[in-house]
Design a protein around this ligand. Structure first.
Ligand code: LMR
Length: 327
């Protein structure tokens, strides 16, 4: 019966509960907002493949990419309501549950990719993930995307004063709003899957994102200028509905944990490779690129000091100092 359930279409023995004995597979709906070829999209498919293989088909994973099932805000609510079992939102989007997640948005905080990975795999990152539990959510892994860069349609952005009067799309949260305000610019939170149109129609002049998101969302069609700033991070936390996960039979949960561990290794390697590849794609697509010099960065750090003054306590000194100390 288990083998039959592994062959694809759900068994129809009438039980319908997806429990371990019914012969019907347990279904995990995995919803996300990026394209199937993004690192998150490919890793979700990898997790599906590994999870189904390691449970001999007792688990079936259904992946819904590109926000086709739920957008930014809805996916978190859907996870809590149990309408999906797994999502991998960008860390910033958890701000409503714990403002400390905005650590990833503090400008020029993380020194390197390695520092970011150490943060999430270490005590501080784990502490942040644990803070989700009272909300009925378990944070199981961090998936990488990369450092954020600025794009816009109006002019090259080389120094803080170049931002004056422009309006930028942000993912969520007050830190990003404060960042643009400190640069004399406006900000508007717009769901990821509505951002292309907002840029195209000029609702906003620019946005900040990783090379890979800029590339896979085809922003080069509607944005002329790219500033390589590496000023903030965009990474994901893989989240599951807590009561769903804890209600799984022990052996299934173990198999899924293994599948997720392997998918996470795959994802991080891929994100790292695609980051550079996407940068090349953006140059080929005709974007005009400016890379901030050390001197430019100093000017930005200075202009962005008000963000630290305002948010150091909101995020917590422990997290900010801890992140900054990592090499
Ligand atoms: C964004 O909204 O820009 C990103 O969080 C999208 C994503 O999931 O990478």
């Amino acid at each position: 019966a288990l083998a039959a359930a592994g062959c694809g279409s759900p068994a129809s023995n009438g039980a319908g509960q997806g429990d371990a004995n019914s012969g019907e597979p347990i279904v995990i709906k995995f919803s996300h907002v990026t394209t199937p070829d993004s690192p998150k999209g490919q890793a979700a498919e990898k997790f599906k493949e590994l999870a189904e293989q390691k449970t001999n088909g007792r688990v079936k994973v259904e992946v819904f990419p590109s926000g086709q099932l739920y957008g930014d805000k809805e996916e978190l609510e859907a996870l809590q309501a149990g309408n999906v079992q797994m999502i991998a939102p960008s860390v910033t989007k958890l701000v409503g549950l714990n403002p400390a997640f905005q650590i990833v948005d503090m400008p020029f905080l993380f020194n390197s990719r390695e520092a970011v990975l150490k943060f999430w795999d270490g005590e501080l990152g784990q502490k942040l993930m644990k803070s989700l539990e009272p909300h009925g959510i378990l944070g199981l892994a961090m998936w990488e995307n990369g450092f954020k860069q600025f794009t816009n349609s109006k002019r090259p952005l080389k120094r803080p004063e170049d931002f004056k009067g422009l309006k930028f799309r942000t993912q969520a949260g007050k830190v990003l709003e404060a960042q643009f305000k400190a640069l004399g610019a406006g900000a508007a939170t717009i769901p990821f899957n509505e951002t292309y149109v907002a840029l195209q129609q000029g609702t906003v002049d620019g946005q900040e994102n990783t090379f890979n998101n800029i590339d896979t969302q085809r922003y080069a069609e509607v944005q002329k200028y790219l500033t390589v700033s590496n000023h903030g991070r965009l990474d994901y936390v893989v989240l599951v509905n807590k009561s769903f996960w804890e209600g799984l039979p022990e052996d299934i949960r173990k198999a899924l944990e293994e599948a997720l561990k392997e998918a996470t290794e795959f994802e991080r390697q891929l994100a790292y490779e695609l980051d550079q590849k996407s940068f090349e794609n953006l140059k080929k697509a005709g974007m005009e690129v400016y890379e901030l010099t050390e001197e430019d960065k100093e000017a930005f750090r200075k202009a962005l000091e008000p963000v630290y003054a305002e948010f150091a306590d909101v995020i917590g000194k422990e997290f900010i100092d801890g992140a900054r100390a990592l090499k």
